[in-house]
Design a protein around this ligand. Structure first.
Ligand code: MN
Length: 250
């Protein structure tokens, strides 16, 4: 098995190191990731600038390829230029911060997996539900298990798996839930501040935590201490609305 690994926090982040080292136990791994952090770039691709690629060492050994582009660029370029063939799997992560619910529209980590799915390659995104004191071990361990299963069973064309893992020790993780994507939009709030030149600026603050006992939804199951696995497809057509639009006499 050959796995292409990417991640929006960049090739020097701890999360991608944990993921790559873990997946190397079961597969040949090629790391192609942005050369600096590109969090929240969504599914952007680079069309108006050149894209530079250079080899990156970590801990004195070749770790992968650092790319001056987005996670989606990395998957495209990784497949077309570096591997020159489809890998068996694209795996993105392990992100610092969860990507549940509507986060998937903003997340570069999720976009890496979505790009793989768009290219017809089975793909998985992994995110850890914390920004501080990340413990990647459980997520990295689960990545091995899920990568093996996906390579055995495959996924429908255009569908990838979005995985969120609580930042808890193994003994406190309650299990794995197959979930739907949460629907709470991320409104956030802007805090207003002043720079050293007394000019006002704004900083968007993230979503607030939500608690509900609906364990079929990623956001709530994750908050209750479950690993969540949500199948996401690239076809965003609303088929119910499609039928009713037919009656509009456009
Ligand atoms: Mn990120």
């Amino acid at each position: 098995m050959h796995i292409l690994v990417t991640y929006d926090d960049g090739i020097y982040a701890p999360g991608i190191y944990a993921l790559a080292q873990s997946l190397k136990k079961i597969a040949k791994v090629t790391v192609v990731a942005p050369d600096s952090e590109r969090s929240s770039v969504g599914h952007a691709i680079t069309l108006s600038h050149p894209i530079w690629v250079r080899k990156v060492n970590r801990k004195g050994r070749l770790f992968g390829y650092g790319v001056s582009g987005t996670p989606a660029d990395c998957v495209k370029l990784g497949v077309k230029v570096i591997l020159k063939k489809n890998p068996d799997l694209v795996v993105s992560g392990i992100n610092l911060g969860c990507n549940d619910g509507c986060s998937i529209f903003y997340s570069g980590t999720v976009a890496g997996a979505r790009e793989g799915a768009l290219m017809g390659i089975p793909s998985i995104a992994f995110s850890l539900d914390s920004f501080t004191n990340p413990a990647f071990a459980q997520a990295a361990k689960f990545a091995i298990r899920l990568a093996r299963l996906v390579s055995q069973k495959g996924l429908p064309k255009g569908t990838f798996l979005n995985v969120n893992v609580p930042n808890l020790p193994a003994s406190r993780i309650k299990g794995v839930r197959i979930t739907t994507q949460g629907k709470i939009p991320i409104h956030g709030t802007f805090s207003k501040r002043k720079d050293p030149h007394f000019r006002e600026y704004y900083w968007l603050r993230g979503k607030s935590p939500v608690k509900k006992r609906e364990l079929s939804v990623d956001t709530y199951a994750l908050n209750q201490g479950y690993i969540t696995v949500t199948p996401i497809h690239c076809d965003l057509t609303d088929h119910e609305c499609l039928a009713s639009l037919g009656n509009w006499r456009l």
